[in-house]
Unconditional design. Structure first.
Length: 118
């Protein structure tokens, strides 16, 4: 069994073929031009994660607050994280770096403001 993965670690965008054993263990990675690609392919095959970014409204400010997760979250939770962020009740002023939500979706990861508003 194998799977194709496009590397996002650099602009090269290597298309890699990842081979799997019957138990799901990665047995081979081919097509990468560097070690970062191999490491990415192994992680993506076993436990895909994503950094989530977005915007939410804050009372007292016409400008939305942009945020990102403090660490990547499991790919399966990306939509849940965005939904939880959309339901936040924020109030300006908010400074860049402020934690606007702790332990989003029970992950232990925070949502952090990426700009100052209000």
């Amino acid at each position: 069994m194998s799977r194709r993965i496009v590397c996002i670690q650099c602009p090269m965008g290597c298309v890699m073929n990842v081979g799997f054993a019957e138990n799901g263990e990665v047995t081979s990675v081919e097509g990468n031009s560097c070690g970062r690609g191999k490491k990415y392919a192994q992680a993506e095959a076993n436990n895909p994660v994503r950094t989530v970014c977005g915007t939410v409204c804050a009372a007292g400010c016409l400008e939305p607050v942009s945020y990102r997760t403090s660490a990547p979250v499991p790919k399966a939770l990306v939509c849940d994280v965005a939904r939880e962020a959309a339901g936040l009740s924020l109030r300006a002023p908010i400074a860049m770096g402020d934690v606007i939500c702790e332990n989003v979706c029970g992950t232990g990861i925070s949502l952090v403001a990426t700009k100052t508003v209000g």
